[in-house]
Design a protein around this ligand. Structure first.
Ligand code: BGC
Length: 469
């Protein structure tokens, strides 16, 4: 019998925890970003947080009230390793307590080892541009594994590997700025920014593979995945998949997966044509290390894009010679949101891993897929508790996922983003993705369920019954 479908909810450490110096935590890159005047759009001060670190017992009760089977959270590297390099058992104790509490409530843990934030010392030493970080990451992951292995059913090395390599290290034209202003030439010499991004991508992929091998050496029944932030693309002409839309999807999604899970075991076919010498080659030994190192393919899906031929203004569009066009899909998160409602995109994304008629299969047959994030921000025009837009968004996507599953796509679970309103990176607390609202001005940071809480619980119950028939 196949394992029950995973129904989950997700958060990330820096976005909810707070407690910057609690547990002997050392500063991180996001602490430094938040201290720069004007960098956080809503001006929220650095010590404002949901206090997830101290309210975890209460939060586990909220998680359980949703009726989910799994909770996806991340581990704060700066809390469990001082300066990113030295074990800090006091920081780890908190995650153990959280796992124990989840177990008591019958909830399984999915752990993301790296979700956007990095110990500041490691950032200042070059972040993912400096290959020495790989060993520090492996040691951090080893510590997490040793301490938490009894509780975790799925380990995820990186959240949104493309996003981090493009936006989390250096400043890149046309991408959000989620880092400090690093001069990459200090670490790599006089190379282009594209080359710097590719080196970071390469180091992250190698780090993933090393952690995969280490964890499997310790326990071969373990499951390790990687998350790509997956914005599928359609051609502007009638939402078709054409050469240009496929190229854009490949650049954003498949590029990071092909070395690890495709038959090719190399960078995606055809990308060298666009990247030239900026694309670092792999040695045969590295390819062997990376080969087949994804047990569960994890997709964060929020929206698709419409594209057309010809270089747009961002660096990504310049390199891969496509332009994202204004799309016509509903702005479900309000006028200023980047979200669009088009659930068909999640199906097309999953289908992009299937062989097309007449083509040889490039991906392992029926690879297990987990939707590791999908969610919608409050529409500021309405009272945030009445989140009908979120219900419409989640409902549309869950139905699409289940439709694909019924058709034979091996999608093993769905994880909603996010448990509670939290720090939406440089948007601060102004953009709210939570199923629970958080009163940030109250001393107790009280949580209140939005309408979607009751709805998600009922949806899970109904779908579970349907799956049993
Ligand atoms: C990230 C989250 C973020 C969410 C909504 C995802 O790409 O993993 O950290 O809060 O998008 O913007």
């Amino acid at each position: 019998m196949s394992a029950p479908f995973i129904w989950g909810v997700a958060t990330a450490a820096y976005q909810i925890e707070g407690g910057r110096e609690q547990d002997g935590r050392t500063p991180s890159m996001w602490d430094a970003i938040r201290l720069i005047p004007g960098r956080i759009k809503d001006g929220s001060p650095i010590d404002l947080s949901c206090d997830g670190r101290n309210k975890y017992k209460e939060d586990v009760v909220l998680i359980a009230s949703l009726g989910v089977s799994h909770y996806r959270f991340s581990i704060d590297w700066s809390r469990v390793m001082k300066n990113g390099k030295t074990r800090n058992p006091i920081g780890m104790e908190y995650y153990k307590d959280l796992c124990k509490e989840l177990r008591k409530a019958g909830i399984e843990c999915i752990v993301t080892l790296f979700h956007a934030d990095l110990p500041l010392d490691l950032y200042n030493e070059g972040s993912w541009l400096n290959e020495e970080i790989i060993d520090h990451f492996v040691e951090f992951c080893r510590f997490c594994y040793e301490e938490l292995k009894d509780y975790v059913s799925l380990w995820i090395t990186f959240n949104e590997i493309r996003m981090h390599s493009w936006v989390g290290i250096v400043k890149v034209e046309g991408e959000p700025f989620h880092s400090l202003d690093m001069d990459h030439t200090k670490f790599l010499g006089d190379v282009s920014i594209t080359r710097a991004i590719m080196i970071a991508s390469r180091n992250m992929l190698l780090a993933h593979a090393k952690v995969y091998r280490l964890f499997h050496e310790m326990d071969d029944s373990i499951r390790v995945g990687l998350i790509v932030g997956a914005h599928s693309c359609f051609d502007e002409e009638g939402e078709k998949i054409t050469e240009v839309s496929e190229r854009a999807t490949k650049a954003m999604v498949h590029f990071y997966l092909d070395p690890l899970m495709s038959k090719l075991n190399d960078w995606t076919e055809g990308v060298r044509e666009y990247l030239g010498d900026d694309l670092p080659p792999w040695s045969e030994e590295e390819k062997k290390l990376m080969k087949n190192t994804i047990d569960v393919l994890c997709l964060n899906y929020y929206r698709p894009h419409l594209v057309k031929e010809g270089a747009g203004s961002s660096l990504l569009e310049q390199i891969f010679k496509f332009t994202m066009v204004d799309d016509k899909w509903p702005k479900i998160g309000g006028d200023f949101s980047w979200l669009r409602f088009h659930p068909k995109g999640i199906i097309s994304l999953m289908d992009s891993f299937e062989a097309k008629e007449g083509e040889e299969d490039n991906y392992p047959n029926n690879v297990p897929i987990l939707i590791s994030e999908n969610g919608c921000n409050d529409d500021g025009r309405h009272n945030s508790i009445d989140d009908h837009n979120r219900i419409q968004y989640l409902g549309g996507h869950i139905d699409a996922v289940l439709e694909a599953r019924a058709r034979g796509v091996n999608v093993i679970g769905y994880t909603a983003w996010s448990l509670m309103d939290n720090l939406e990176w440089d948007d601060g607390f102004a953009v709210r993705f939570g199923l629970f609202s958080v009163n940030l001005s109250s001393e107790n940071k009280e949580r209140t369920p939005k309408r979607s809480v009751e709805w998600y619980k009922k949806k899970i119950e109904d779908e579970k019954k349907r799956m049993e028939i």
